[in-house]
Structures are given as structure tokens and as C-alpha cells.
Design a protein around this ligand. Structure first.
Ligand code: SAM
Length: 269
């Protein structure tokens, strides 16, 4: 490895296990989608991805930009690889999508912003597949199903926006340099590009899970009129003692529609 000291503040844990790299490449979706990588680091995953697809990589660390520029001179000149020196969250704020055209996000993510990045990728209308290395604990939240204690707004959002979500495999700390403190997993999400969810629905979910172990009714009663809530719970056949993780994604979606309609009716009336 180059003489580069990994920076904690950028979540730099470089992948040094070629078996894991190969497994990520094997998981690459077939088809013509462009590839976007977030955090190419020293370029080990990039080197393998660019063999198969044209791609853009977003890297925030100035010290790595020069290294990547000389390592991939040929790929950059021939337009197979574009390296963007930018914080990827800023890029999303500025342009809403990381690529004009359908793309797959394939990356070993910086863990300190992994959840945020996945949520942004789920919102990005051009992103079709998400294959990312993240903390196992976070991967489990995105793939959790109803009644599982880990089921939260992340699992609900993922279920409503994807047709497939799964953990492909786990990766031990020794596969990285420096080794992270946690076990990692490669998460796979295939989005349904016809679906989207609103900011208000996300706010509603946040309220529903504000105290995850308390009753759902209690969590949202500060936000929504109690009478409307009781009516909705009866209509949807939800017991008043139900905890937030015991309600399915589709029921949350129906509940939100009813809350919205209830509010509209009360403003009209
Ligand atoms: C876990 S390392 C992965 C490096 C490399 N892809 C690998 O697999 O060895 C995360 C990478 O994301 C970069 N990074 C951190 N924060 C970023 C941000 N906000 N925008 C873009 N890249 C970021 C880091 O500098 C680092 O290169």
C-alpha cells in the first residue's frame, strides 16, 4: 500500500482482501448501467470496477486525488473514469443526482455517513442498484422485516422503495487496513424506480419511532389529534398497544395516507 496514513475523520479503512474485492465485483449487476463509486480511496475497488464499466468516483480527500490521478491516468484520458474531488453529500445537494442517466452505486462507504449516503441514493431517481460495504449493524437495519426488533424507519423506507434487499455477505475487520472496530456487511438493494416517498412521510416515520420501545400510539399522539388516531387504528385493525416495530411497511404507508386525509378533512371542515 502507498505511504498514506489513513484519516479517521474521513472513515478511511482500506480494503486489502482480494477475495472480498472479487466477491463485490461478482455481485455487480448485469446490464448497461453506469457505475458510481463513493470514496475510491487508494483505488483498489475502482481498478476492478473500471475494467467492466464506465464510471465516476467521488472522493473528498485532497491527498488521495493526486494519487488517483496518476494511477488512473489512462482511464481518465480515455473517459472511462471521471474522478470528482468533492464531498458526495454536497454533490447531491447541488445536483440531486450523482449521474445523468441510470447508474449503480458500488462502494466501500465511509461508515460515519453510510446511513445518510444510502438514504440519499434511495432518493436519487437515477440510482437503480446499491451495493455497498457498511457496518453490519446498519445493513441489518436496512434489511430488517416487521416484528424484528431492528425494524425501523430505515427498513420501512428500504422496503417501500426496493424490490429486493439483502445482505450478500459479512466481512471481518482483518480485511481492512486499518481494521475497523466492527464487523462489516455488503448490502444489496434493487430499487423500484417507479416509487418515491415524500419528506413528510419520513418526518411521520421519525415521529412513529421517536421512542422505539414505547407504544406507537403514544409516539404519534403528540403530532396527530387523538380522535383521528383512534379512528385510523380501528380502520387499519392495529391494536392500541402495538409497538412501532410491529407494524408493516405497507400499513405505515396506509396510516400516513389516512393521517394526511384526516388533516385535510379537518382543515376543510
Ligand atoms: C472506507 S474508505 C474506502 C476506500 C476504498 N474504496 C477501499 O475500498 O479501500 C472510504 C472512502 O471514502 C472517502 N470519503 C469520506 N467521506 C467522504 C465524502 N463525504 N465524500 C466522498 N468521499 C468520502 C474517504 O476519503 C475514503 O477514501
Amino acid at each position: 500500500m502507498e505511504n498514506i496514513k489513513a484519516k479517521k475523520k474521513y472513515g478511511q479503512n482500506f480494503l486489502i482482501d482480494s477475495t472480498v474485492l472479487n466477491r463485490i465485483i461478482q455481485a455487480m449487476p448485469k446490464g448497461d448501467n453506469y457505475v458510481v463509486e463513493i470514496g475510491p480511496g487508494l483505488g483498489d475497488l475502482t481498478k476492478n470496477l473500471v475494467k467492466y464499466k464506465d464510471m465516476t468516483a467521488y472522493e473528498v480527500d485532497t491527498d488521495l486525488i493526486g494519487i488517483l490521478g496518476s494511477k488512473f491516468e489512462e482511464e481518465i484520458v480515455s473517459n472511462r473514469l471521471k474522478i470528482v474531488h468533492k464531498d458526495v453529500l454536497t454533490a447531491w445537494d447541488e445536483q440531486k443526482t450523482l449521474h445523468e442517466g441510470k447508474y449503480d452505486l458500488i462502494a466501500n462507504l465511509p461508515y460515519y455517513i453510510a446511513t445518510n449516503i444510502i438514504l440519499r441514493a434511495l432518493e436519487d431517481a437515477n440510482c437503480e442498484h446499491i451495493i455497498v460495504m457498511i457496518q453490519k449493524e446498519v445493513a441489518e437495519k436496512f434489511t430488517a422485516k416487521v416484528n424484528n426488533k431492528e425494524f425501523s424507519s430505515l427498513g420501512i423506507i428500504a422496503q417501500l422503495l426496493t424490490t429486493d434487499s439483502k445482505i450478500l455477505f459479512d466481512v471481518p475487520p482483518e480485511s481492512f487496513n486499518p481494521a475497523p472496530k466492527v464487523v462489516s456487511s455488503v448490502l444489496y438493494l434493487k430499487k423500484d424506480l417507479t416509487k418515491s416517498i415524500s419528506k413528510d412521510f419520513k418526518k411521520f416515520l421519525k415521529a412513529c419511532f421517536s421512542q422505539p420501545r414505547k407504544k406507537l400510539l403514544k409516539n404519534i399522539s403528540s403530532l396527530i389529534d387523538k380522535e383521528i388516531l383512534h379512528k385510523i387504528f380501528i380502520e387499519l385493525n392495529i391494536d392500541e398497544n402495538t409497538r412501532p416495530h410491529e407494524v408493516s411497511a405497507s400499513l405505515y404507508s396506509q396510516m400516513y395516507t389516512k393521517v394526511k386525509n384526516g388533516r385535510n378533512e379537518s382543515t376543510r371542515g
